[in-house]
Design a protein around this ligand. Structure first.
Ligand code: GLV
Ligand code: GLV
Length: 341
């Protein structure tokens, strides 16, 4: 019998084709809005696998509603929407979509760095409001990006891609991870004149950097890791960028810090509770640039992510090697592909 699966959103056709070729498929037929919780809980009663988005909470309640479930294919690199210990305890496999979104997300981080440093959105708003009267020496002056020191907190795949782009801007790079990454350092130092240094102490990175980029996953350890104390360590000229997960920073404390001018500006793609509305206090500040969680949002990359998630789902349910397993998936015998170097 063909495996049964549920897709929690209408996905690009290339991904749907992969799933329907191998599985009895039902799905939530809306591209824009998440499946209502009650509908989801009913829909998973008989399924062997689900393809989820980061707007779907995969928790014990959902697992209880899906007794046959063997695999959850999350269409994201992050999986903080999933109770991983609960899945693992029941032998349910989790897969994610790393690698395909790395370069695209790094591009968006750079959009935020440049826009926040050079007041791009503020300038646009000023023109739109009829506020541009003349050229003057210190009108709309911002911070230089080229030559500034870039501090990356969480230099995984995306952080490394952000670092590679910084070489072109002549920026010395600092990074803070649990462990140094000789491979990243070698990659950066392959360009003559490029500099990168591992900083074991986060406080040191915050005091020394001109631009701070956060790229850590959301875990119990990283939740709330940036607050008043950390912002106070940053330079009064510093730019802070978060494109990882909102709850990594204490948003109310960031708003307060931005009002005090330290950091000097911020670029944010993620928020404590998404979506945020037009009444959000961050929008009262001139020195922020906000985007609606679109790090990986290009046509090509979102299509690839859907295809990768679909491929993981089908592979797991048809006994083929699973490209991106996150845990062991005891209910399936998962053959691991060699990790990327
Ligand atoms: C998006 O935020 C992702 O984790 O892929
Ligand atoms: C995040 O998980 C990354 O790929 O850097």
């Amino acid at each position: 019998m063909r495996p049964r699966v549920y897709l929690t959103r209408r996905l690009p056709q290339a991904a749907v084709d992969i799933v329907t070729a191998a599985c009895e498929t039902t799905f939530w037929d809306d591209e824009a809005l998440p499946v209502p919780r009650e509908t989801l809980l009913r829909a998973v009663a008989e399924v062997d696998g689900i393809l989820t988005l980061l707007t779907d909470r995969v928790d014990v309640e959902l697992l209880d509603a899906a007794p046959r479930l063997k695999v959850v294919a999350n269409m994201a690199v992050g999986y903080d929407n999933v109770d991983l210990p609960a899945l693992t305890a029941r032998g349910v496999l989790l897969t994610n979509t790393p690698d395909v979104l790395t370069e695209t997300t790094a591009d968006l981080v750079w959009a935020l760095i440049l826009a926040a440093s050079r007041r791009v959105v503020e300038g646009h708003r000023l023109i739109a409001a009829g506020g541009w009267s003349t050229w003057s020496p210190m009108f709309m002056v911002g911070q230089d990006v080229h030559g500034a020191t870039l501090g990356i907190v969480g230099a995984g795949r995306i952080g490394a891609a952000v670092a590679r782009r910084a070489v072109g801007f002549g920026m010395p790079i600092l990074y803070h991870n649990r462990h140094p990454s000789p491979a990243l350092e070698a990659q950066i130092r392959a360009t003559p004149g490029a500099a990168i240094r591992y900083v074991p102490n986060l406080d040191d990175l915050l005091t020394e950097s001109d631009v701070v980029v956060v790229m850590v996953p959301l875990t119990p350890e990283t939740r709330g890791m940036f607050g008043a104390r950390e912002f106070a360590l940053m330079k009064p000229t510093s730019v802070f960028v978060n494109a990882s997960r909102g709850p990594v920073i204490r948003e109310a404390e960031l708003i307060d810090a931005l009002q005090r001018g330290r950091p000097w500006a911020a670029g944010l793609d993620v928020f404590e509770r998404e979506p945020i509305g037009a009444d959000h206090p961050l929008l009262t500040l001139p020195n922020v640039v906000l985007t609606p969680h679109i790090g990986s949002a290009t046509v090509a990359t979102r299509t690839r992510m859907a295809v990768v998630a679909a491929t993981n789902l089908v592979a797991a349910l048809t006994g083929q090697p699973v490209p991106n397993p996150v845990n062991d998936g005891g209910r399936l015998r998962v053959e691991r592909r060699a990790p990327p170097v």
